[in-house]
Ligand binder design. Structure first.
Ligand code: NAD
Ligand code: 13P
Ligand code: CA
Length: 416
């Protein structure tokens, strides 16, 4: 009787929160999961903040900087990226990427998007061939020629199937167990649900090699290709929508599992640009009507982007009906980091990068880099004028357009 073993790759504000969610569930479902959840931590030296409840002047941890992994494993708290949240004791912080992933049958990728490419190269030889993944990364993998969902570029690099999780999920609120919803998109080739036929009558159990198949897989662009995938061993509980639900659902974190990986991933990436724009107009103190106008146009451009570049698989309803769509847009444009930092940058008359540095204590914005990446992609295709909000946000960030002109810049009728 095998069980799934889960590793979280990443331990920032959201990475640590998702580790908490998952570890609560692995403990509650010993029939399906090993209780222990490995969490890979990008190691750094951290001093316990004096404001922390952990701070004790007589303790050996009080003054010296310590390894973040040591602090997490000793105090069961991520004092730097998720302070004052008690973590389940079955989370094990591990500074070695290779060691943390080597036994995982489920890999959850959760870190700022700029780091994932390099980490995949380091993970490659260390993971189980039949591992499956879920990407919680909000961003898109863009070059001027192409755009890819992180779930798919990670999957391709590692030779495994990877789905996506995204929703209206400000990490600190989820960590405090305040109610929210999320969307998990999971659409692997059918080999896992059917499973390989176990060998009959005394022959040895199917080896890993026997489970490796060339299978047809339709990606989010609708392209069918032959991929070499290794099925999960039949002894493992089948990794289907039900299991995904069990892994992530909590009484305070309601999961809806769907198959539209493109819609879920694109929403999570593009709404960060809209949140920057909304923060900008909030910084001008233009009021809530202005913010709502930016959100409206943003939602339409998100949907249009999906239809234009992922037309074969995207469900436009994902943008308007799922937590990953409109709900994440709303929460991000009310109190997300991209919104807050953009607002402060206008109020203080400094760059958003400066605010990110001074206010976020090592947490990272995704909206500014995504604005640049998406603009580069659109420009290379001559489509930048068809997405006036996404484009103007980038140009304002660059100092090429005036924030005060935003209403006119986005007032293009009949674009949708
Ligand atoms: P974060 O903003 O807290 O980023 C800090 C993390 O980056 C830390 O774990 C740090 O160790 C790591 N890091 C720094 N330098 C690194 C390096 N060179 N290599 C590898 N890692 C390095 O991260 P987060 O909030 O956990 O965000 C992860 C993803 O989740 C992002 O795509 C984000 O958009 C998304 N997300 C965040 C929230 C939220 O509220 N924080 C909610 C939903 C989704
Ligand atoms: P920020 O990264 O802007 O804080 O957005 C958080 C988020 O994705 C909420 O769902
Ligand atoms: Ca505490």
């Amino acid at each position: 009787e095998q069980k799934h073993k889960v590793t979280i790759v990443g331990s920032g504000n959201w990475g640590t929160t998702i580790a908490k969610v998952v570890a609560e569930n692995t403990k509650e479902h010993p029939d399906l999961f090993e209780s222990e959840v490995q969490m890979w931590v990008y190691e750094e030296q951290v001093a316990i903040p004096e404001a922390s409840k952990l701070y004790d002047p007589s303790s050996k941890y009080s003054t010296e900087k310590q390894k973040l992994t040591t602090l997490i494993n000793h105090f069961h708290e991520n004092v730097k990226y998720l302070p004052n949240i008690a973590l389940p004791h079955n989370i094990v912080a591990n500074p070695s990427l290779q060691d943390s992933v080597k036994e995982a049958t489920i890999l959850v990728f959760n870190l700022p998007h700029q780091f994932i490419g390099g980490l995949c190269d380091q993970m490659k030889g260390s993971i189980l061939p039949y591992a499956r993944g879920v990407s919680c990364i909000k961003g898109v993998d863009v070059s001027s020629e192409d755009i890819n969902l992180y779930s798919e570029s990670i999957g391709k690099k590692l030779g495994i199937y990877v789905g996506a999780l995204s929703g209206a999920n400000i990490a600190n609120e989820v960590a405090l167990e305040k109610f929210s919803e999320t969307t998990v998109a999971y659409d692997p080739p059918p080999m896992d649900s059917r499973g390989p036929t176990p060998k009959e009558g005394g022959t040895p159990r199917a080896s890993e090699l026997d489970l490796t198949k060339i299978t047809e897989h339709k990606d989010s662009k609708g392209l069918t290709s032959k991929v070499r995938l290794t099925a999960q061993p039949p002894e493992l509980p089948p990794l289907d929508h039900q299991l995904m639900h069990t892994l992530f659902h909590r009484p305070y974190f309601h999961v809806h599992v769907v198959s539209d990986v493109a819609g879920v991933s694109l929403s999570g990436a593009l709404k960060n640009i809209v949140a920057v724009a909304t923060g900008f107009v909030a910084g001008l103190d233009w009021g809530d009507n202005a913010k709502a106008a930016i959100m409206r146009v943003g939602l339409l451009e998100m949907r249009k982007f999906g239809k234009m570049f992922f037309e074969n698989t995207v469900r436009t309803a994902t943008f308007t009906e799922e937590s990953a769509g409109v709900a994440d847009l709303i929460t991000s444009c009310m109190s997300g980091r991209n919104y807050r930092c953009a607002k402060m940058s206008v109020e203080r008359g400094v760059s958003i990068a400066e605010v990110e540095k001074s206010e976020l204590n090592g947490q990272m914005l995704q909206g500014t880099s995504t604005a640049k990446e998406v603009y580069g992609f659109l420009k290379a295709r001559g489509k930048e004028n068809e997405f006036p909000l996404l484009t103007s946000t980038y140009r304002i960030l660059q100092g090429e357009a005036k924030l005060e002109d935003l209403p006119d810049l986005i007032a293009k009728p009949n674009l949708f």
